[in-house]
Ligand binder design. Structure first.
Ligand code: ATP
Ligand code: MG
Length: 226
């Protein structure tokens, strides 16, 4: 279960202070699917970064399974991220010197695994790469892939460890309508078969509308969309 309580976040740009999020509270039950839409610059990535433990709020708490991420020391926070959270970044952040398959398997390297578990991860990587149509790109480097292909690699990397919470920042931003629908199908299928909670930030209304709970972020506040 994920709960945000009175979360505020501001950034200082020189002498300028920008309030990005103000007093946001939200409770998300396990297995729920959630979308957040809103204008560019409204704080969607900021919100997702806070939930994913990549940044800390100025005020408020972010409880994941009862643990306040905002108060955890850095190393404990990194451990929670690796164990529980799959993050699909808006900018894909693939390692240029690693192939598709190596990039996808990166999160598994932080874990102590038996040879058997490692094989199981490799098998899952192959299956997920096939689902996103990238089987023939498994040995390519990011520099040899299109933007949309890189985006799909980043998605598979986020899903490889079966995270209980998947956070996706514009996961279909560089994709055509057909590929975008394929990604939405995959996310929803994983939500149903593996029970992952899913939070998607997007400008794409067809994707947003497929989530059970829909929110809009604007003027520092989160409101429900009907
Ligand atoms: N590290 C930072 N330092 C200072 N200001 C920042 C920082 N990160 C974001 N901002 C500012 O916070 C606001 C929200 O940014 P954010 O990236 O969360 O928006 P967004 O809703 O994700 O936009 P987009 O739809 O374009 O991705 C913007 O005004 C941005 O300039
Ligand atoms: Mg963003």
């Amino acid at each position: 279960m994920l709960e945000l309580k009175n979360v505020s976040k501001r950034y200082a740009n020189g002498s300028d202070v920008v309030d990005v999020l103000q007093d946001i509270s939200l409770r998300i039950e396990p297995r729920q699917t959630v979308s957040v839409v809103g204008p560019s610059g409204s704080g969607k990535s900021t919100l997702l970064n806070l939930i994913g433990g990549l940044d800390r709020p100025d005020e408020g708490s972010i409880l994941l399974d009862g643990e306040n991420l905002a108060a955890l020391p850095d190393d404990a926070l990194a451990a929670v991220r690796n164990r529980k959270i799959g993050f699909v970044f808006q900018l894909h952040h693939l390692l240029p010197q690693c192939t598709t398959l190596e990039n996808v398997l990166l999160p598994t390297l932080a874990r102590r695994c038996t040879a058997e578990q490692r094989k199981a991860f490799e098998h899952r990587a192959e299956i997920l790469l096939e689902k996103v149509g990238l089987t023939d790109k498994r040995d390519r480097f990011p520099g040899q892939l299109s933007g949309g292909q890189r985006q799909r690699v980043a998605l598979v990397r986020a899903l490889i460890c079966r995270p209980g919470l998947v956070l996706a920042d514009e996961p279909t931003g560089s994709l055509d309508a057909e590929a975008a629908e394929q990604i939405a199908d995959l996310l929803i299928a994983l939500n149903q078969t593996e029970g992952a909670t899913l939070i998607v930030v997007t400008h794409a209304l067809p994707l947003a509308q497929r989530m059970q709970r829909r929110f809009r972020l604007d003027h520092r506040k989160l409101t429900k969309v009907d």
